[in-house]
Design a protein around this ligand. Structure first.
Ligand code: PLP
Length: 428
C-alpha cells in the first residue's frame, strides 16, 4: 500500500506546532505523557465557556442545553470505543475512574477473594486493586518476561482460579511500548467468571479500539493522550453498571446508566473537548478511509471514520518509530528496549545510554527544543523488573501524527553528539 499522510496539514491544525524555542521548532516527542490539542478542541472548550456556560436543567437556553452537551460527548466516546453511549462514564482521570470502580466493586468482595494485576501496569491500574488488600483481598501479579518484554501468559493462567474476582490488564505499556493480546487474557479470565478491566490509556492514542470485540467488562482511556483535554473515560458493560451500587449523591437524575458512575457536576467544557477530539480523529479518517477498505467493512458513520483515522495514525507513526529505533541501535552505547521487531508494539521508543543518565539526556533534549520524558512513568514494577530503576529508568520518545521525520533526524543527531561526548560538560 502506498500510503501518503499529509503531516503538514495535520500540523496546521495544532497551534502548538508553530511554536519555537530560540528559533527552533519544538519536536513534540512527549506524546505518551499527553498530546497537543487541535484548534477544533480548543474552540469547543472556549466556545462553551463563552457561549454556553451553565449547569444543567436551568430554565434558560444554556441551562437547557447542558445535558445535550454531555450526551454528545457520551455518543462520541461510545463511537470511539465501539459501545453504547450509556456504557460511557467520565471523571477527571483514568486513575480516578479505576479507584472509583475498585471501591464500588469491593462492596461485592470478601476476604480471600483474589485480584490479578500485572508487572507491566501503570500504577493507575494496579494501585486501586492493591488498595483492596486492606479488606483481605489477595492481589497476585502476572510476571513480565524481561527477555521478550511481554507478559507471561502461562504465569497468568497459573494464577487464575475460582477465587479470581478481577483481572486488571494493560493493553499497551507506556514504559516499553509492548502491546498485549488482551483478548486472550480476557477469554481466560471470563472462564473463571472474573471481571476484566483493561487499561487502554497508552493504546488508545495509536490504534482503534472495539470493546465488544475484546469483550472486556471495563476499559479505561484518557482523552489527553489523544488530542483532548485532561479527563478520564471509562467503558463499563451495561450489566456491570446495572449490578453496582455506585457511591454518588443518589439524586433522582443520577440513578440511571453511566451517570451513576459520575461524581458531582460534569466538566462540560472538557466534555466538549472530548467530543471534538473524537471528531478530529474522525476527520482524519474521512480523508484516509479509502486506504483501509478491508478493515472498515461493516462499519459506517462516525465510527467508520474514527477507525479509519486511527489506522491512518498508526500507518503513519509505525515506520517513523522503526526508523528511530534503527537509528538509535546504530549508535554505540545506546540500548533500545521493547519487544522484538515484528512483535506488536506502539510507536513509543524507549532507550538508555551506557554512559549517560536518562535525566541528563532529556535535559539535553530539552535544551534543543525536543520534548521527551525520562524515568519510570508510574510503570514502576516494569522498570524495576528490567533492572533499570537504580540507573534512573529510561528515556521515552513517543510518536504522534504531528511528529515529522525531521524530528527523528534531530533526535538521532543529538544522541550521536551525546554519545561522542560533545555534551560532557553540559549543565556545569
Ligand atoms: C498506560 C497508562 N495508564 C494509565 C495512565 C494514567 O492516566 P490518568 O492520568 O488519566 O490517570 C497513564 C498515564 O500516563 C498511562 O500511560
Amino acid at each position: 500500500m502506498s500510503f501518503k499522510f499529509d503531516v503538514e496539514e495535520v500540523r496546521r491544525q495544532f497551534p502548538a506546532c508553530s511554536l519555537e524555542i530560540d528559533g527552533i521548532p519544538i519536536a513534540y516527542l512527549d506524546g505518551p505523557g499527553g498530546t497537543q490539542v487541535p484548534h477544533q478542541v480548543l474552540n469547543a472548550i472556549t466556545g462553551y465557556l463563552i457561549n454556553d456556560n451553565a449547569n444543567e436543567d436551568g430554565n434558560f437556553k444554556a441551562g437547557l442545553q447542558a445535558r445535550n452537551i454531555e450526551a454528545s460527548a457520551r455518543e462520541a466516546a461510545a463511537d470511539f470505543l465501539g459501545c453504547e453511549p450509556e456504557e460511557i462514564g467520565f471523571n477527571c482521570s483514568s486513575t480516578q475512574n479505576c479507584y472509583n470502580l475498585a471501591i464500588n466493586l469491593s462492596k461485592e468482595f470478601k476476604p480471600g477473594d483474589e485480584l490479578i494485576i500485572t508487572e507491566i501496569d501503570h500504577r493507575c491500574n494496579s494501585a486501586p486493586w492493591k488498595s483492596l488488600e486492606r479488606l483481605g483481598c489477595i492481589v497476585k501479579t502476572v510476571r513480565l518476561d524481561t527477555d521478550t518484554q511481554q507478559l507471561d501468559f502461562q504465569d497468568f493462567e497459573s494464577k487464575l482460579s475460582e477465587k479470581t474476582k478481577v483481572v486488571a490488564i494493560n493493553w499497551a505499556s507506556n514504559a516499553l511500548g509492548t502491546i498485549t493480546d488482551v483478548k486472550k487474557f480476557i477469554d481466560a479470565a471470563h472462564r473463571y467468571g472474573a471481571i476484566t478491566v483493561v487499561d487502554a490509556v497508552h493504546y488508545a492514542a495509536h490504534l482503534p479500539i472495539d470493546v465488544k470485540d475484546i469483550d472486556t467488562d471495563a476499559l479505561l482511556c484518557s482523552p489527553y493522550k489523544w488530542f483532548g483535554p485532561h479527563m478520564g473515560v471509562i467503558y463499563l458493560k451495561k450489566e456491570i453498571i446495572a449490578r453496582l451500587d455506585f457511591n454518588n449523591a443518589k439524586a433522582d437524575d443520577i440513578k440511571e446508566g453511566a451517570r451513576k458512575f459520575h461524581m458531582g457536576t460534569p466538566q462540560y467544557e472538557q466534555l466538549c473537548g472530548i467530543r471534538e477530539a473524537v471528531n478530529f480523529i474522525a476527520s482524519l479518517g474521512e480523508k484516509y478511509a479509502d486506504e483501509f477498505i478491508d478493515e472498515l467493512r461493516g462499519l459506517d458513520g462516525r465510527r467508520k471514520n474514527i477507525v479509519a483515522g486511527m489506522l491512518a495514525i498508526d500507518t503513519y507513526e509505525a515506520p517513523l518509530a522503526e526508523k528511530l529505533r534503527k537509528g538509535l541501535r546504530r549508535i554505540e552505547g545506546v540500548n533500545v528496549y521493547g519487544p522484538a521487531e515484528g512483535e506488536p508494539r506502539t510507536p513509543t521508543v524507549v532507550f538508555t545510554m551506557d554512559k549517560y543518565n536518562p535525566d541528563f539526556v532529556t535535559r539535553i533534549f530539552g535544551s534543543k527544543a525536543i520534548n521527551s520524558w525520562n524515568g519510570d512513568f508510574y510503570a514502576v514494577e516494569a522498570i524495576e523488573a528490567m533492572g533499570l530503576s537504580e540507573s534512573g529508568g529510561v528515556i521515552r520518545l513517543g510518536l504522534a501524527p504531528y511528529c515529522t521525520e525531521a524530528d527523528i533526524d534531530r533526535v538521532l543527531s543529538t544522541v550521536n553528539s551525546i554519545a561522542a561526548g560533545e555534551y560532557n560538560s553540559f549543565g556545569e
